[in-house]
Design a binder for this molecule. Sequence first.
Ligand SMILES: C[S@@+](CC[C@H](N)C(=O)[O-])C[C@H]1O[C@@H](n2cnc3c(N)ncnc32)[C@H](O)[C@@H]1O
Length: 406
Amino acid sequence: MNKPGCRAGRRAREKRRKKHEGVSEVTLTHEAQFVLLRRWLKEKGFASQSLIPVNFHDTGRGLMATQTIKAKDSVISLPEKCLLTTRTVLKSYMGDYIKRWHPPISPLLALCCFLISERYGGDASEWSSYINILPKTYTCPVYFSDDIVDLLPRSLQKKATEQKEQFQELYCSFLMFFHSLQPLFTQPTEELFTQDALRWAWCSINTRTVYMEHDQSDYLSREKDVYALAPYLDLLNHCPNVQVEAGFNKETCCYEVKSVQGCKRFQQAFINYGPHDNHRLLLEYGFVAPDNPHSVVYVDLGTLKLCLDEQDKQLTQKLLYLRDNDFLRNLTFGMNGPSWRLMTALRLLSLKPEQYTCWKSVLLGAVVSRDREEWCIHNALKLCNNLTDDNVKALERVSLIKSVHS
Ligand SMILES: C[S@@+](CC[C@H](N)C(=O)[O-])C[C@H]1O[C@@H](n2cnc3c(N)ncnc32)[C@H](O)[C@@H]1O
């Protein structure tokens, strides 16, 4: 066992090192909103002393372990009472309105509407202690202006635009449903269920829910109902190199996260959102992970064509075949070489092994450009976070640098 004096000395050294490196981590435990959140969770049967909210210099807000978490130990165990799911929504004042609506709305939309309504309820809402700690805005592409989307790498621009369009369609398709909720509110629903409000709720759910399968409800559409908002647990950030076991335990009736490798005292406790590359992390969670082992280069048709034999009379036909079978999408080259999809496409295009050298040099170029791509994503994120009139000039500068690089 460590002597207290040694521990204090080590802590002081660590503090000096951080100060020297200009690194600061700010604990948030005493902020009013976290005091209220913990008090509210305690009433529901959850009290954690071993994880505290901290603002980390590199990842932003997250949870720090105040004591060592050993390998295979529990990181967090949240009682079912604390979870916000479609069951919560269907049982609430909004339930009857959802049950009456035809065709039934999706589980995701039901959660979005409930979140918007509860935020509107302010302190009167049962969930206010949780809603108050939710971010006010997000950095997923649905929040990007067209100028910022333009700064993204080309393959990502397309997906970002698709996300914005998908969201727009969702909003327009349910205006009538939002209107049907009018008896619940004094304020007109058009002022409440705005595009901004839905965007916020949509991102809150997409970036923060944990995976939890629920029985299909007759009152909701057939889309899979796999969402649970898990207050406090959802303060855990992602690290691609960390492994956890997570899921709802029917015996303990708790959503449990267990650490595979463990976590040292005073370090950030991470979980793993899945083996996502940086494009997917940006699209779904609004951030990218440096040194992500799942990082890949997306090989587009232009790059692919550089390696193909233009004399091949069947080339157009082969490319059409690949396109019709959805094989020209998501062709990637990662740390472990070409993906299975890329290899299959290459085989179908009859690329012979002796031609692989040319292929390799093209990919090497692509890997170099990946670094530039990530730099572009970082800039887009920075600007999305802080786009004011003053930094429109910065935006112009980034566009200029980008055009020089490409
Ligand atoms: C489940 S929440 C985690 C808690 C969140 N940081 C907060 O302050 O509420 C997921 C969001 O956290 C952020 N995040 C998670 N892991 C991150 C990381 N490694 N680096 C930067 N941001 C991260 C992203 O904004 C993501 O959408």
